[in-house]
Every structure is written in C-alpha cells, then in structure tokens.
Design a protein around this ligand. Structure first.
Ligand code: GAR
Length: 218
C-alpha cells in the first residue's frame, strides 16, 4: 500500500460457502472500515463463495491442487496468484489447505486464519466435531496469525460459544459461524486500522507498531 489513506488491500482465500468472506465484504461497505477485498482466490472451482464474490464485483480465481504436478508447484502458484493482487493482509476464510513455504516467505506475519474452536484446543480440519467428541461445554472460534504449523500461530482474537446437550456437529458449527463472522470482520478491521504487534505468542492489536507495509506518502 503506498497511500496510508487508501483502504488496506485484502486478498481472501476460501474453499467453501464463503459466509465469513461475505461478512468482510459487508463490513467494508462502511467507509471507515479501512480495508477492501481486492481478490478472492479458491482452491476449489465449485466453492459457492466464488459466486458471492462475483456478486460483489470482486475478481476471483481458482488455484486447484489437481491442476499441478505436485504440492510444491501448487504452493508456488498460489503464492504468485496472491502476490499479483499486492495484499496488505491475506485472510484465510474457510480455506481448507495448509499454506506452504512460498506464501509464508512472502506474506509471513500478514496472513490470518479463522478456526471454529478455541485454540490451542481442537486444531485441525474437524475442530467442531472434535470439541463435541471431547465433551467440551464451551468452544468457540479463533482468529490467528498463520505459521508453518496446523492452527498453531499466535492468537489474535477469540470468542466463546456454549455447547448445548442436544448439539450436533452441524448445529454447533452454525452457532459458532454466526459469532465467527462478526469476530473475523471486526478483527480484520481493527488490525488494518490500528496495526498489531507480536511478542512471542502474544498479539496486541492497536499497538503503535504497525505491521502493515504502510508508506506514509499521502
Ligand atoms: C469456518 O467455520 C472456519 O472457521 C472453518 O470453515 C468455516 C468456513 O465457513 N475453517 C476451518 O475449519 C479451517 N481449519 P464459510 O465457508 O461459510 O466461510
């Protein structure tokens, strides 16, 4: 970003329904939000969220693992596609693949993910199912910075959701997603407006140290 008054450029990665991405698209209608989704990229051509992005006139593209000879080639292609849109922040909103070294090297510290459990409890692809099976009475959602591990990055924000006795994976996930959409939209907005700092495992949003690449030449 070369103008500190311009909205931060968000590139959003999705794999599915895209309801979290939609929450960010709706939040950015507020001119004070401070960020704008400049591209939506999916690893799946059939991700329903791609249509939502198109309805919002946001450019979309698909980088499918099956179109590449191996995982490394896909990782490189994904990083290049993200970089093409010059993101200030990369937002994984229901992106169901691990981010590889090419993206971590280029955008390290500027990639956020959201997970449907209170990390470090229940990481991985089945956070809701695992919380239910584990007998948790409270679970929730976590927005975290992405590192090389599976849901192991420093935690930026969390919100709790009560588990009900008659919950199924689907009913619990829907209740989490309602809270998660607001948490992601609000957290991304705060990060781009106020900056953030990381000290070990601890993330502070609103510190004076800006992590965005903002060159104040306005
Ligand atoms: C969200 O609950 C998100 O936390 C989860 O996928 C859902 C996306 O829903 N992501 C993961 O589990 C990543 N490990 P959406 O497609 O409707 O935004």
């Amino acid at each position: 970003m070369t103008n500190s008054t311009a909205p931060a450029r968000l590139v959003v990665l999705i794999s599915g329904a895209g309801s979290t991405m939609r929450a960010v698209l709706e939040a950015q209608r507020d001119p004070g939000y401070g960020a704008s989704v400049v591209a939506v990229i999916s690893d799946r051509a059939d991700a329903a969220g791609l249509e939502i992005a198109r309805e919002h006139a946001v450019p979309t593209s698909v980088v499918a693992l099956s179109d590449f000879s191996d995982r490394e080639a896909w990782d490189r292609a994904l990083a290049e596609e993200v970089e093409r849109h010059e993101p200030d922040l990369v937002v994984l909103a229901g992106f169901m693949r691990l981010i590889g070294a090419p993206s971590l090297t280029r955008f390290g510290g500027r990639i956020v993910n959201t997970h449907p459990a209170l990390l470090p409890a229940y990481p991985g692809a089945h956070g809701v199912r695992d919380a239910l099976a584990g007998g948790a009475k409270v679970t929730g959602c976590t927005v975290m910075l992405v590192d090389e591990g599976v849901d192991t990055g420093p935690i930026v924000a969390q919100a709790a959701v009560e588990v009900w006795d008659d919950d199924t994976e689907s009913s619990l996930h829907e209740r989490i997603k309602t809270v998660e959409r607001s948490l992601v939209a609000a957290t991304v907005g705060r990060m781009v407006r106020e900056g953030w700092s990381v000290d070990g495992r601890r993330v502070t949003v609103g510190d004076t140290a800006k992590n965005l690449n903002t060159e104040d030449d306005a």
